[in-house]
Design a protein. Structure first.
Length: 545
């Protein structure tokens, strides 16, 4: 609907700075976003008694990904103003003399817009219910603090007279609220529009994935839509931004200007080129915009010294993994070519167990293909981890037994803390009586990952083989999340080795994501690489002789 950007520029004002109070002029990237977000389906019919709401539009939500200081906060504030009192709904197709007049909708600013014949017309929500949502209060305030002066210092102050500290009252009994993960009680409310900010930080771990899903359900019941804005994401975190952007849904609009992969953010000249790509020309101060590239480049260079990946995400609009992650996300995706082995296949098993807090994971490895055999994680009850849950040991034991009965397990390595008794029991149960030597007879062995020198060797083999392509996996979501979350911790440099290689172990990231699946994967690969030849084949050969 072409009336949308015209209405925004006529009613919204610059919320702060030297241009405070002046008309809010949309940049080209904002015009493109609003133009797409309010594109009407060509054959939509209009019934004033029962108008088509969200399904009238091509997109049910939009995702805007942009670098730091692009102006996403004021952009979202203007979007909230439009959804609050502007022409946000489809109102039929224009005839010869149709137009929008603010006086028809309680606004005394005098603004009018003449529709072209056949142009889609707009109308306000009768009772708009809007939530501005982010991980923290500071982030919601970034939008809310731009929204209030945008209303109070411009024509909208006449229409929206109550802009309080906690919420904004809208005509018709509507309102604008702010919501964070700590305000879960508000998530049951009906809403017509959700402004979701910095969704690159919305993950399952901080419960914001649940917030997003809940809001989408509430919107669908009201015929409403959502607009998502964010900096670029860390690909290992599987944030709402990433999942929405990478989904195959055709009714999600995605807008993101990425630099070509041939440019490297760690090179000064390339970084400057990247900034001129991801910050549109009309946003730059040299062209009348607000972005000072010299300031951006100084901040980016400073951040790059401490955290190159964060600098690339924030200022280069480049998805990058924060420093220290053991497995490159693109490499892991490239290795997702394996299939679960057939019963009877010879495999290695890796096991990492816990009591309640961490996950307990059993992973198999067959001809270099990693696959999840079992995973037990603390369930979520009433929006929080169940404090009374413990790992069902009998269920774990049954799954281990199933693996030995289903596959020809050549070796199983298990991390012994908290599971030493079970490992000893499994060692007795699955010992081979016909093997030639003690080494071949023992199939279940303890592998203490706290012995860093030993574990680092296994991690080194795992990373080396993954890089070489001799490890693949079955692209299982839970196992992949654990592997991609694991962070490297340097333990020593092998000074006595010819390659002078630095060795690492795997530890949790700072955000506390679970990595037990990555430990089990390393142990499974190590088990397969060190297990003896198929003892059953040798036994059959000796009997036939």
């Amino acid at each position: 609907m072409l009336v949308v950007p015209e209405w925004i520029e006529a009613h919204c004002v610059v919320p702060d700075g030297f241009q405070q109070g002046r008309p809010f002029r949309l940049y080209d990237y904002q015009l493109g976003y609003f133009g797409a977000f309010y594109t009407v389906r060509g054959r939509t019919e209009f019934d004033p008694a029962a108008p088509v709401l969200a399904p009238a539009f091509v997109y049910r939500r939009g995702v805007l990904v942009g670098p730091q200081k692009l102006g996403k906060g004021p952009h979202t504030a203007a979007h909230v103003c439009l959804e609050g009192v502007g022409p946000a709904l489809f109102a039929g197709w224009a005839g010869d003399d149709d137009g929008w007049a603010c006086s028809d909708w309680g606004c005394r600013c005098g603004w009018e817009y003449a529709y072209e014949p056949g142009e889609p017309m707009g109308m306000p929500w009768p009772t708009p219910l809007i939530q501005i949502t982010a991980v923290s209060e500071d982030q919601t305030e970034n939008i809310y603090d731009a929204l209030r002066p945008m209303i109070e210092q411009g024509p909208l102050g006449d229409v929206i007279s109550k802009t309080g500290e906690e919420f904004i009252r809208l005509p018709g009994g509507g309102r604008i609220d702010t919501v964070t993960s700590s305000a879960m009680s508000r998530l049951g409310q009906r809403i017509t529009f959700a402004a979701q900010d910095e969704v690159g930080l919305w993950t399952k771990l901080n419960k914001m994935q649940k917030v997003a899903d809940t809001q989408y359900r509430n919107l669908s019941g009201m015929g409403g839509r959502a607009s998502l804005t964010t900096n670029m994401w860390d690909p290992t975190e599987r944030s709402v931004a990433q999942t929405e952007f990478e989904s195959t849904d055709l009714d999600v609009y995605r807008q993101c200007h990425r630099p070509p992969k041939t440019l490297r953010y760690d090179k000064l000249e390339d970084r400057r080129k990247i900034h001129r790509i991801v910050y549109p020309p009309d946003c730059l101060r040299e062209n009348g915009g607000h972005v000072d590239l010299a300031s951006i480049e100084a901040e980016a260079a400073s951040l790059a010294k401490k955290d190159p990946a964060q600098a690339a995400r924030f200022y280069g609009n480049i998805p990058a993994v924060s420093g220290g992650h053991a497995v490159d996300v693109d490499l892991w995706a490239k290795r997702a070519t394996g299939t679960v082995p057939e019963p009877g296949s010879r495999i290695g098993l890796g096991f990492d167990g816990s009591i309640s807090n961490d996950a307990t994971v059993l992973v198999g490895s067959c001809a270099g293909v990693l696959f999840e055999v079992g995973m037990w994680e603390r369930p979520i009850v009433e929006d929080r981890p169940d404090p009374n849950w413990t790992v069902p040991r009998s269920e774990v034991a049954a799954r281990v037994r199933w693996a030995f009965e289903t596959y020809d397990v050549g070796r199983m390595f298990g991390d012994p803390p908290k599971w030493a008794t079970e490992l000893e029991s499994w060692a007795d149960e699955f010992r081979l009586s016909y093997a030639k030597s003690d080494a071949e007879r023992e199939r279940v062995l303890a592998f203490d990952t706290n012995q860093h020198a030993k574990f680092a060797r296994a991690v080194d083999r795992f990373i080396t083989d993954l890089d070489a392509g001799t490890i693949t996996h079955c692209d299982e979501e839970r196992l992949s999340a654990h592997v991609l979350a694991a962070v490297r911790k340097k333990v020593r440099t092998t000074a006595d080795d010819d390659d002078q290689r630095t060795l690492f172990v795997l530890v949790k990231p700072d955000d506390g994501r679970k990595i037990d699946g990555s430990i089990a994967a390393v142990l499974a690969h190590e088990a397969e690489m060190t297990m003896p030849e198929d003892g059953r084949v040798e036994l059959i050969g000796s009997l036939m002789a």
